[in-house]
Design a protein around this ligand. Structure first.
Ligand SMILES: [Zn+2]
Length: 244
């Protein structure tokens, strides 16, 4: 399994860090988590197209995780007409908005056979390659973290968590899953140093801070120094690839 970060910033882009978007590759298949940016140019840069995307999972509706959805489904409507992604939305109302925007910008309605489903608590996806379970976070109504299993590896991808005390009420719950090969956690809504305690109680093999804001960058490096060498820690940047 390989995770590639297309966008590793928080709600505001930083130099060389764009809105949230990541790609997972497993057994020659490709999946997306969040579309804060349109993933199409990033796919094309890597010799891929939207035709290669099997499924996409959106953590929550905030724009920095969804701005790219209209662009992606738009180009799948008028150009990449062989694309057959299954897109998991966190809220039902989003599909009406998407239809309206694609209709207004593509000169035709959202292509019928782009498939949609909805994120809900528990197991939401298993195609024999990738298994995804969703866990609600306290960030907002209908916000989720994903536990992703493939090729014998387990990855936690938190999405956004509860403001101020996320690591206690959300992350501490998620990180108790045994045998995490990688935990990708956000760094925008609370002091990232709070990650220390739950991480030391249940250390993943690798910890990745994603979605961190500019005021937290120094704290992220401080956290990395505090955790290592016990828990190898990496700060996500656009283009970063992690192989599990
Ligand atoms: Zn958010």
């Amino acid at each position: 399994m390989k995770v590639t970060f297309f966008g590793a910033s928080h709600g505001v882009p930083e130099p060389h860090r764009n809105y949230s978007c990541a790609m997972i590759e497993a057994e020659g298949k490709y999946y997306l988590i969040d579309m804060g940016i349109d993933p199409t140019p990033e796919l094309v840069n890597r010799g891929l197209t939207p035709n290669d995307i099997t499924a996409a999972f959106i953590t929550h509706s905030h724009g920095d995780h969804t701005y790219g959805l209209a662009a992606f489904t738009g180009i799948c409507t008028w150009y990449y007409t062989q694309a057959d992604p299954l897109i998991f939305l966190p809220e039902k109302g989003m599909l009406d908005g998407l239809k309206a925007w694609v209709g207004a910008t593509c000169g035709q309605g959202l292509r019928q056979n782009i498939r949609f489903d909805y994120v809900r608590e528990g197991g939401i996806y298993d195609d024999g390659t990738l298994k995804v379970s969703a866990m609600p976070t306290g960030h907002m109504e209908n916000a989720y973290a994903f536990l992703i299993e493939s090729e014998g590896k387990t990855l936690l991808f938190t999405g956004d968590m509860k403001h101020k005390d996320g690591p206690i009420s959300d992350f501490a719950r998620f990180v108790t899953k045994d045998g995490l090969d990688l935990a990708v956690a956000e760094g925008a809504h609370f002091d990232v140093m709070l990650y220390q305690e739950p991480l030391r109680a249940h250390p993943p093999k690798l910890f990745c801070i994603n979605h961190y804001n500019q005021w937290q960058t120094a704290n992220c490096w401080q956290l990395k120094r505090a955790l290592e060498p016990d828990i190898p820690t990496v700060l996500a940047t656009d283009g970063l690839e992690i192989r599990l």
